[in-house]
Design a protein around this ligand. Structure first.
Ligand code: 5GP
Ligand code: ZN
Length: 113
């Protein structure tokens, strides 16, 4: 989709700090990380939210989550990790290209939650 920020990141029109990539999925650091290493995992096809995911897209994007989680663990050594996903403005969604948040946790005072 031409006016979608995350499609522009996939196309390389907007730069991002890549954490993981395969044929179907991209993971990159959130532009305003709530904790160090806050990463977003997205399908390379434009799907607005969880309701639009096909079995294939869901399998591809969720299959990537453990790989991204392990990359974050290796890079940042957190003591916990939140996996979050918002659908609809009322749920806190602000970018309407499906994405999963991986938020590393470092204990009390890490600034999140
Ligand atoms: P949501 O609120 O939709 O669940 O999460 C959207 C996330 O995308 C936010 O955490 C926001 O900081 C991040 N974001 C918005 N625009 C950009 C961008 O241009 N680049 C990156 N890397 N992250 C973005
Ligand atoms: Zn998109």
């Amino acid at each position: 989709m031409s006016d979608c920020i995350f499609c522009k990141i996939i196309n390389g029109d907007i730069p991002s700090s890549k954490v993981y990539e395969d044929e179907n999925v991209l993971a990159f650091l959130d532009i305003s990380q709530v904790t160090k290493g806050h990463t977003l995992v997205i399908p390379k096809v434009h799907k607005e939210n969880v309701y639009e995911l096909t079995d294939e897209v869901a399998a591809n994007v969720f299959k990537a989550v453990p790989k991204v989680a392990n990359a974050i663990k290796a890079a940042y050594d957190p003591i916990g990790l939140n996996v979050l996903q918002n659908n609809g403005e009322a749920a806190g969604q602000s970018v309407f290209h499906f994405h999963i948040h991986l938020i590393p946790r470092y204990g009390n005072g890490d600034g999140f939650g």
